[in-house]
Every structure is written in C-alpha cells, then in structure tokens.
Design a protein around this ligand. Structure first.
Ligand SMILES: [Zn+2]
Ligand SMILES: [Zn+2]
Length: 119
C-alpha cells in the first residue's frame, strides 16, 4: 500500500478542480470502509478537499470491472498492458482518477476512470 507521502507526491500530477493548481496536503483519517482506507486531500491554495482511498483488499475481489479495466491499460512507458492499482481519488463528482503502476516495467502513471462512459 502506498504511504501518505507517496500519495501526496503522486497527487501533484493532477490539478485541483477548483483553482487548477497542484499542491495538495494529505490528511490521514481513521475511517476505513469495507475494502478501503480513506484519506482526505486538501488543496493548499484554495482549501478544497476531496477523498483519496487505498485498497485493503485485492481489487479483483471487490471491483471485478475495475480489475479488468486495469488489466487492459496500456503503459505510457513500455506500451505493455496491465497495471496494478495503487490508490484512487475523486476530486469532483465527475472525476475519478486511478493511480497505478505498470506490471511490466514498474512505471507509475494514472488514468481517469472509464466509468463515465457507462452512464
Ligand atoms: Zn485548489
Ligand atoms: Zn511499463
């Protein structure tokens, strides 16, 4: 599972949905849902907050559709398919980002959730 520091560093790759800056502070929370550990990320500029979560159970057990989608993701570095999930965040109601690592070359990258496409 990624550390809070690692999550904070990787979150800097996405913009704040409100002010478009990329400067987030992580607030670990004690909450834990059935299969996820929950955190709050706060924008250091506009103080907007959103939820970040890491999985505490294998994703193929809890979310088979997402697991299948991760398996089909192409790595931007080595072009091979297959990524493992590190954490996800929901900066706004319409956005969900998955931060993943390539299973072949360990390149970290992120993808926007495809779930909107199913609406
Ligand atoms: Zn902001
Ligand atoms: Zn790769």
């Amino acid at each position: 599972m990624p550390s809070v520091v690692e999550i904070q560093e990787r979150l800097a790759q996405i913009p704040c949905p409100i002010c478009k800056k990329s400067n987030f502070v992580m607030h670990p929370r004690s909450d834990q849902s059935y299969a996820e550990a929950l955190y709050t990320a706060q924008c250091a500029d506009c103080h907007y907050t959103f939820q970040v979560s890491t999985l505490t159970k294998p994703i193929h057990q809890t979310d088979p559709d997402v697991a299948q989608w991760l398996g089909s993701l192409g790595c931007p570095s080595c072009q091979k398919q297959g990524a493992e999930m590190n954490f996800r965040c929901v900066p706004s109601v319409r956005d969900c980002y998955y931060f993943v690592t390539c299973q072949s070359c360990r390149h970290p990258f992120y993808e926007k959730s495809p779930m909107e496409a199913f609406e």
